[in-house]
Design a protein around this ligand. Structure first.
Ligand code: BGC
Length: 394
């Protein structure tokens, strides 16, 4: 399974390199019909969540949140269909969220040569975000997102990353404690732990010279995989938090996404499995060993052991428990979500279970996201996508 997961994640990475199309921000498409046999969510809740034996210390102000993604993480805000508006904040606040994770592609707004000057316009825009957040009593994580060149050529880009953080930290040095920094979103490709760990330490040192106690978040390798937390070696700093992301099982959460490889294109995967009748796979899925095996289990295993069942989530969270038990460091779930190619009941089931698992451990979470194919809210219509609203808030 481990290698299966690895291949899956490798494919996601390849896919992240494909430029996304701008999604026009109209009303959300009509929900998909619920396939027969999807277990209603109250029964999923009855598959009892094992008591969490290990708890992270809470991160006050960063307990329940949403990513304002597809906006400042695009090459330019608006290029992917999302421009952050005042209503984003009021909608988040009205649901009782306490924070926003703000992915920003700083690398697209800075010079290539030292001292890697960051454009003042991007700081102005983030200042506006912080003002809006403050008005609504929301904390903000400023997350350095999509620095793809750093992933491909870590040694060449390390100084630039450190230079970016020196400037970002200086600019926000007087921001309230409700503003946190996330050093590198989803380290992947060649930014392997042997390089990631020292580069993270250097970026942290740049931040600490102006922000001695601010909360700083560091992601594990492999797109912030929980399995990689054990290889994340961080400096001894009480305000440094480790972060992981959760999109498992990936054949479920990312099914049918056009940016995924052909073996991910089987649609109609319900959560939890097994389905009422065995699901037929797309030919490419039959030809990839780990995918074919996963679907064989999905089609036949009872809910308790189904690879697309609660156990998959519990097992993933156990790796987080191991990390917390060993390091006693606080952890944070910076992204989790299910695409709109999934039927609403399954989306709701999965989201609720992941959220409850995080909360049982006092781990703060942020949904991915407000826009794109994982979109949670219709800003302008002041409405939430029903299965996401139900999974997160009911
Ligand atoms: C990426 C997004 C992607 C999402 C789900 C995020 O980390 O930044 O581009 O849509 O993961 O795959």
């Amino acid at each position: 399974m481990r290698s299966a997961l690895c291949s899956a994640l490798l494919l996601i990475s390849a896919c992240h390199l494909v430029p996304k199309k701008a999604a026009p921000l109209g009303p959300a498409p009509a929900p998909l019909p619920t396939p027969p046999g999807v277990i209603p969510s109250h029964q999923v809740s009855e598959v009892e969540v094992p008591p969490a034996s290990v708890r992270s210390d809470a991160l006050p102000g960063f307990t329940r949140g949403i990513n304002f993604g597809n906006a400042l993480d695009a090459p330019r805000e608006g290029a992917w269909g999302v421009t952050i508006q005042p209503e984003h904040f009021s909608m988040a606040k009205a649901k009782g969220l306490d924070h926003v994770r703000l992915p920003v592609r700083f690398s697209a707004h800075a010079a290539d040569k030292a001292p890697y000057e960051i454009e003042s316009a991007i700081f102005d825009r983030i200042d506006w975000v912080l003002e809006q957040a403050q008005k609504n009593g929301l904390s903000v994580i400023i997350d350095l997102h999509h620095y793809q060149e750093l992933m491909k050529k870590p040694t060449e880009h390390a100084d630039r990353l450190v230079g970016l953080w020196a400037q970002i930290a200086k600019h926000f040095r007087n921001a309230p404690a409700s503003v946190a920094f996330e050093l590198i979103n989803e380290p992947c490709d060649d930014l392997k732990p042997a390089l990631l760990n020292p580069i993270t330490a250097r970026a942290l040192a740049a931040v600490r010279s102006t922000n001695p106690t601010r909360i700083v978040i560091a992601d594990s390798y492999f797109w912030a995989s929980a399995d990689e937390l054990k290889n994340l070696e961080l400096p001894n700093d009480p305000n440094l938090v480790a972060s992981f992301h959760m999109y498992q099982p990936i054949l479920f959460t990312h099914q049918g996404m056009s940016f995924m490889a052909p073996e991910f294109q089987t649609r109609g995967v319900v959560f939890p499995g097994p389905p009422a009748a065995p699901l037929a796979l797309v030919p490419a899925a039959e030809h990839v060993d780990w995918v074919a095996k996963w679907f064989a289990g999905y089609n036949s295993e009872p809910i308790a052991t189904n690879p697309n069942g609660p156990k998959a989530i519990f097992d993933y969270m156990k790796t987080v428990d191991e990390y917390v038990a060993k390091t006693r460091r606080r952890v944070y779930l910076g992204e989790f979500g299910v695409a709109d190619s999934v039927d609403p009941a399954s989306r709701e089931n999965w989201l609720r279970l992941v959220r409850k698992e995080a909360e049982a451990r006092h781990i703060g979470w942020a949904l991915w996201d407000d826009g794109g194919r994982f979109r949670a809210m219709n800003v302008g219509w002041n409405s939430w996508i029903p299965p996401i609203e139900a999974g997160l808030f009911h």
